[in-house]
Design a protein around this ligand. Structure first.
Ligand SMILES: [Zn+2]
Length: 341
C-alpha cells in the first residue's frame, strides 16, 4: 500500500517537474544542460550483472532520450558551446550537450549508431591509460571479486584481509549469494571513504591471498574505435585523467598534475585532435586541480545536477546524470531534465 502511494506521489511530482521545470521556461539568457551518461547496455546483457544501476541506460531508453531532445532543444557539443560563449557568438536559448564518462566499449556498440543516425554530437571522457586495455575500474573489479568469493569460497569472508569490506554497514549479508546491484552500490559508496590507492592495494591483496584473478574481456573502448567515431564528426574526446584518480585534497599535487596534463597529451597524440574539455572523476576536485585545469583546458564538468548559464564557472559546470531507473519513460526523463528530481 505504502509502495503504491509512494509511486503515485512520485509520478505526480514527475508530471509537475516535466511540465514546469526550468527546461520549459527560458529565463532569457542562454542556458545549457549537460547530460551525463556512462554505459549503454541492453537489459539482459551479461555486463549489467556486475554493474551499479546508476551507471546504465538501455539502448531503447537512450534512443528515446535522443529523439525527444532533438525535437525540443538545440543539441550542441560541449566544446562548441564554450567556444561560442567565449567569442560572444549568439547562443540558442536552451542547449543540450551529451557526455559519456569513462570510455566504455558499449558507447561504440550502442550509443554511436544512434548518435550518427540522428546527427547528434557528443563528448566521451576518456581515462587515457586504460583505453584499449583489459584494466578495470575498482568498482567493477570489486563486484567481480565479491561474486567470485560468494559463489566459490564463502567461508573466506571471515579472513582478516576482507574485514575492510565485510565490516561496512550495508544491507548485504556476506554469504554464498553475490550482492545484488543495489547492495553493490551501497558497498561501493561506503568504500569510497578510502583513497583510490588504498582500495587498489587492498583489492590486489585479496586477489593474491585468495588466488582469484579477474579474467575479463576488454570492456573499454580502444583507440581504433575512438578514431572511427571522431572521424564521423559527431564524437569528440575529453579527458577523465590517466587512471580515474579522484582529484581531491588527499591526492598528492604531483599526481594531480600528471593525471591532468598527461591524459590530455596522450589523447591528443592518439586522436590527433585538440582536447579542450575535462571531467573530474567521481565529481571530486581540489582547488589545485581546478587551477591546473584552468591553465590547460577550456572547461570542466562536475556531477552537480543543474543547468548552466553563461555566468556559471566554466571549470565547475553542472551536469544532469541519467540512468535507467529515473528516465525510462518520457515524463520521468523530462522531470530529470528539470534538475529538480
Ligand atoms: Zn568516471
Amino acid at each position: 500500500m505504502l509502495k503504491i502511494l509512494k509511486h503515485i506521489i512520485k509520478r505526480g511530482l514527475q508530471h509537475i517537474a516535466a511540465n514546469f521545470g526550468r527546461h520549459q521556461h527560458a529565463t532569457g539568457e542562454p542556458e545549457l544542460a549537460i547530460l551525463m551518461y556512462h554505459r549503454i547496455l541492453p537489459k539482459h546483457d551479461t555486463r549489467t550483472q556486475l554493474e551499479e544501476p546508476g551507471m546504465m541506460v538501455t539502448p531503447e531508453t537512450f534512443t528515446m532520450h535522443m529523439q525527444l531532445l532533438k525535437q525540443q532543444f538545440t543539441i550542441i557539443s560541449l566544446s562548441q558551446w564554450i567556444k561560442n560563449k567565449n567569442s560572444d557568438e549568439k547562443l540558442p536559448a536552451r542547449c543540450i550537450a551529451i557526455t559519456f564518462d569513462d570510455g566504455w566499449a558499449d558507447n561504440y556498440e550502442f550509443a554511436f549508431p544512434v548518435l550518427k543516425k540522428l546527427a547528434i554530437p557528443a563528448t566521451i571522457f576518456l581515462v587515457s591509460d586504460m583505453i584499449g586495455t583489459t584494466q578495470q575500474f575498482w568498482p567493477e573489479r570489486l563486484a567481480q571479486l565479491l561474486a567470485s568469493i560468494a559463489t566459490s569460497c564463502p567461508d573466506k569472508w571471515q579472513l582478516p584481509a576482507l574485514q575492510w569490506i565485510t565490516g561496512v554497514k550495508t544491507s548485504y549479508i556476506f554469504n554464498h549469494l553475490p550482492p545484488d546491484q543495489e547492495q553493490l552500490s551501497e558497498i561501493i559508496a561506503q568504500l569510497k571513504k578510502l583513497t583510490d590507492e588504498d582500495i587498489h592495494t587492498r583489492i590486489n591483496n585479496i586477489e593474491e591471498t585468495l588466488q582469484l584473478k579477474n579474467k575479463t574481456p576488454p570492456d573499454l573502448l580502444n583507440w581504433q574505435q575512438m578514431l572511427e567515431m571522431c572521424a564521423s564528426g559527431f564524437i569528440e574526446a575529453g579527458s577523465h585523467t590517466c587512471h580515474h584518480i579522484r582529484l581531491n585534497n588527499k591526492q598528492p599535487e604531483d599526481i594531480q598534475l600528471t593525471e591532468i596534463l598527461q591524459s590530455k597529451n596522450q589523447i591528443e597524440q592518439h586522436l590527433a585532435q585538440p582536447v579542450t574539455t575535462f571531467c573530474y572523476p567521481n565529481g571530486d576536485f581540489s582547488d589545485y586541480a581546478i587551477k591546473l585545469v584552468e591553465q590547460h583546458y577550456d572547461c570542466a564538468v562536475t556531477t552537480n545536477a543543474d543547468w548552466n548559464t553563461i555566468k556559471t564557472n566554466p571549470y565547475l559546470l553542472h551536469r544532469i546524470g541519467l540512468h535507467e531507473d529515473i528516465s525510462a519513460d518520457k515524463t520521468a526523463f523530462l522531470a530529470r531534465l528539470s534538475s529538480w528530481m
